[in-house]
Design a protein around this ligand. Structure first.
Ligand code: DAH
Length: 339
């Protein structure tokens, strides 16, 4: 009996597994319920009484030895698994697919930064509006045909709740909520019920500017817009203001910039006119000031609004509005350098 114990002890001492599978085989053979060591403990009953003490000591020793051996080897294998020493640090990494900024975001940021430098505060307005803020306070009387200029999306057949058709609606909020001087620049998404094509979309982005204070004049408007045009399109840019009509400004104008692609000589982008229309503007109509609780005898102001998609089209030579909303990586990736 003791010989058997001695033989197993030797086997434990000489055990040197190459892998975890061999270690597991060792555990099954020695320590598991049906293994050699538990069998020796069972045999203890039949050992003559005078040998019980010595035998008991021996099998306990064997058991401890085998358990320790198993535990320490198991540990060794586990730490080996975390060992990075055979890792190839020179192997090139997996290429990471970096995102890029959307052209609308790039242009929006650039425009906001220019006006920010002039002291305009960046503000925000709701996309879901009521009739009053989108039209009423901006001098669109009920049933006025000017409302037809903007094909409105109404929400839940309620003609009072709508998706704003222009960021000018944010002017209404600002004039109601703030005291002059007000100098704000408000980007946002706007919605119109139009058939989607290369030149029209049911959603697009605008930036609205508003400046109200004592003594604000058309000359101030013109100069701020000239500064903007030169900062954005280049210092040689010229501007041209053409008389126009908007219900909320009087006088109203549309602004053209000299074509940045041909330098005003005429090309197919500017349709050989040398000019590109980029925004609407004007002096805030006194009715609009009064409707929002601003004294039109004391204050004057100007406002302007521009479409970001259009300006980005001119900047990058994009010829189809739908590209902005399709999330086609081949299109978006081209703006990677602009981040
Ligand atoms: N809201 C006008 C539009 O969507 C653009 C506009 C024109 C905004 C004149 C203005 C403005 O603030 O003064 O067509």
């Amino acid at each position: 009996m003791l010989e058997k114990v001695e033989a197993l002890k030797q086997e434990v001492l000489n055990f040197n597994p190459e892998n975890e599978a061999e270690l597991e085989a060792f555990r099954l053979k020695m320590l598991s319920k049906k293994g050699e060591i538990p069998a020796l403990f069972k045999a203890f009953r039949d050992v003559p009484a005078d040998q019980k003490k010595a035998y008991g000591q021996q099998i306990n020793e064997l058991k401890n030895l085998a358990t320790e051996c198993f535990e320490s080897l198991k540990n060794q294998f586990e730490t080996q698994a975390d060992d990075f020493s055979d890792m190839d640090l020179t192997r090139p990494g997996y290429p990471e697919d970096r995102g890029s900024r959307h052209p609308i975001s790039i242009v929006r940021r650039e425009i906001l930064e220019i006006f920010n430098r002039l002291g305009y505060v960046i503000s925000d307005g709701p996309e879901i509006e009521d009739d009053e803020h989108n039209f009423g306070l901006l001098n669109f009387p009920p049933e006025h045909p000017a409302r037809d200029m903007q094909d409105t999306f109404f929400i839940e057949k309620n003609p009072d709740v709508l998706l704003r058709t222009h960021t000018s609606s944010s002017q209404s909020h600002e004039m109601q909520e703030m005291e002059p001087p007000i100098r704000s620049i408000t980007p946002g998404r706007v919605f119109r019920n139009e058939a989607i094509s290369a030149r029209a979309h049911c959603q697009f982005h605008q930036i609205e500017g508003l400046y109200i204070d004592e003594g604000v004049s058309f000359a101030d408007l013109k100069h701020s817009l000239l500064y903007f045009a030169r900062e954005f399109f280049g210092e040689k840019t010229k501007i041209r203001l053409r008389p126009s009509y908007f219900p909320f400004t009087e006088p109203s104008a549309e602004m053209d910039v000299s074509c940045s692609l041909c330098g005003g000589k005429g090309c197919n982008v500017c349709k050989y006119t040398g000019w590109l229309e980029i925004l609407g503007c004007g002096m805030v109509d006194p009715n609009v000031l009064d409707a929002s609780g601003i004294d039109s005898k004391k204050y004057t102001g100007y406002a302007f609004g521009m479409g970001i998609e259009r300006i980005a089209m001119l900047k990058y030579g994009i010829n189809d509005l739908r590209l902005y909303f399709e999330n086609d990586k081949r299109f978006l990736e081209q703006f990677r350098m602009e981040i």
